[in-house]
Design a protein. Structure first.
Length: 187
């Protein structure tokens, strides 16, 4: 019997000129899309800005964008990955799934794939995902700070990195959001 396909979920959120939008892309471990969702641009009115005050951004990001995107996804990933530090904690809370911040480093590669080094902040490490690239920085959402959680997440990402560039889907998502914006502007 074949084992079920494993998936990673990528999340981006953008805010520019008072307009917010977001997208999720769920891929298999080859980087092939299994699910993609995005929000239309959200521009809060003057009244909403006054009414929500300092909680407006949290409401837009967590309730309207992350909440609606997570609810719409039909293929549930083993791990949600964001490149913005405002994503992992609310996403883990909303989805009840491990969520992490992942990004590049400028460090030279470690000697071996899978090697990782704990960082001073809880739930954070630098690890070698593939034989050639610089190590990646991983930060788990608060609550996922046990050594075992960090070890399992690194192992999952190393497994995925053996068949795909695990940061590349962020680039694709940005390009898709730009293409969607161009189409809606008639370009």
């Amino acid at each position: 019997m074949a084992s079920p396909t494993k998936h990673l979920g990528y999340v981006i959120m953008e805010a520019a000129d008072g307009t917010y939008r977001g997208a999720v892309l769920v891929t298999d471990f080859r980087g092939i899309p299994a699910d993609f969702r995005y929000t239309d641009p959200i521009t809060p009115s003057r009244i909403e800005k006054i009414l929500y005050g300092s909680s407006l951004e949290a409401y837009l990001r967590e309730e309207l964008i992350l909440g609606s995107l997570a609810a719409a996804v039909e293929v549930k990933p083993l791990l949600w990955i964001g490149e913005d530090e405002g994503i992992p904690e609310p996403l883990a809370r909303i989805t009840k799934t491990r969520s992490a911040l992942l990004g590049p480093t400028n460090r030279p590669p470690f000697d071996k794939v899978g090697v990782w080094e704990r960082q001073s902040e809880p739930g954070a490490c630098i690890f070698q995902a593939d034989p050639l690239s610089a190590p990646l920085r991983l930060s788990l959402a608060p609550g996922d700070v046990r050594e075992e959680d960090l070890k399992n997440t690194v192992a999952l990402l190393v497994e995925a990195a053996s068949t795909m560039d695990i940061l590349e889907p962020f680039s694709r998502m940005g390009k898709v959001l730009s293409a969607i914006a161009e189409e809606s502007n008639g370009s």
